[in-house]
Design a protein around this ligand. Sequence first.
Ligand SMILES: CC(C)(COP(=O)(O)OP(=O)(O)OC[C@H]1O[C@@H](n2cnc3c(N)ncnc32)[C@H](O)[C@@H]1OP(=O)(O)O)[C@@H](O)C(=O)NCCC(=O)NCCS
Length: 165
Amino acid sequence: MSDKEETYQFLIFVKAESVEKPSEEQLYEIIDLDKVDFPWPWDEKTWKSFLIGPRNYSLVLIYEGLNKERFVGFSLFELNFIEKQAHLYKIVICRELRGRGAAFSLFSFHRKHLTDLGLESLYLEVAATNTSAIAFYNKCGLEVIHKKNKFYGNGDDALIMTGSI
Ligand SMILES: CC(C)(COP(=O)(O)OP(=O)(O)OC[C@H]1O[C@@H](n2cnc3c(N)ncnc32)[C@H](O)[C@@H]1OP(=O)(O)O)[C@@H](O)C(=O)NCCC(=O)NCCS
């Protein structure tokens, strides 16, 4: 099997549909990955309050192997059912597992799942300096529609990207 043909398994948590939450173990895997590998991580308190808070969200965890042997990453959208719009908050893949199509599989899976929920479009902010993420979103067919100057705490500009689901 080539690197591009990894078998991935997915776990879905959707606040709008169920009150099921990630287990403590899953949550700590998410928090650890977010802390190390996401440019703008949340702390444990923020994660916990987001998961029990009023917002609708869709969180998908991706694993390698038929028995979910290895946690690979996650993506998190906030869902707006009135506007039929999803806002991508985070997508992260473990550093050592990048470049093998995992993010593309995860994003495609999550997008299909959002379609099933009735959502029609998505948007996100990405740091203008995050060239790998921008290349990734381009590959997913998203387009830059706007730039927000000095959007991030460190003074980086943000690009706003959108696409249909
Ligand atoms: C962005 C990120 C999720 C991509 O994950 P990945 O699993 O390595 O991406 P994939 O292997 O699925 O790549 C899919 C496509 O994205 C593009 N891409 C991904 N990483 C790239 C890089 N470093 N340079 C150029 N293009 C890249 C390529 O077009 C690639 O397709 P190809 O391999 O056929 O050329 C990953 O780099 C990451 O977790 N980054 C840190 C977190 C982050 O910045 N998230 C986004 C914040 S808004």
